[in-house]
Design a binder for this molecule. Structure first.
Ligand code: ZN
Length: 118
């Protein structure tokens, strides 16, 4: 099998400086295609999104502005927090709305039977 990156290993997107997966060929933050493929094209991967949630905040028209903070936590199989991060804060005026979307993209090696070798 090919030289494989360590699962979950991170790197910095050369374009937007976001922390992304070493294995990513498209940056999920800026959506740019990255020329460098650390997998060397040796291993076929498929991606899927097993989790996506979306919600909208809209304060009452005759009310006051709402403040919000976006908190992300990641827990392991024992419920212990592995990461806890405030991703952003802001405010929504009564005549505005904000929509938030969280998605988790998974990259998984395709089963060997599905991999076509050149
Ligand atoms: Zn990027």
């Amino acid at each position: 099998m090919s030289r494989r990156t360590v699962p979950g290993q991170a790197r910095t997107c050369p374009l937007c400086k976001a922390t992304i997966l070493e294995s990513a060929t498209v940056c999920p933050a800026c959506r740019h295609h990255l020329r460098f493929d650390p997998r060397g094209g040796q291993l076929e991967w498929s991606s899927f999104v097993p989790l996506r949630v979306e919600g909208t905040l809209r304060p009452p028209v005759d009310g006051e502005a709402w403040e919000y903070s976006i908190l992300l936590t990641i827990k392991d199989d024992r419920g212990q927090e592995m990461a806890r991060q405030v991703l952003g804060v802001g405010a929504v005026k009564p005549d505005e709305e904000r929509t938030f979307e969280l998605s988790v993209e998974v990259l998984a090696p395709k089963p060997a039977a599905e991999v076509t070798t050149a």
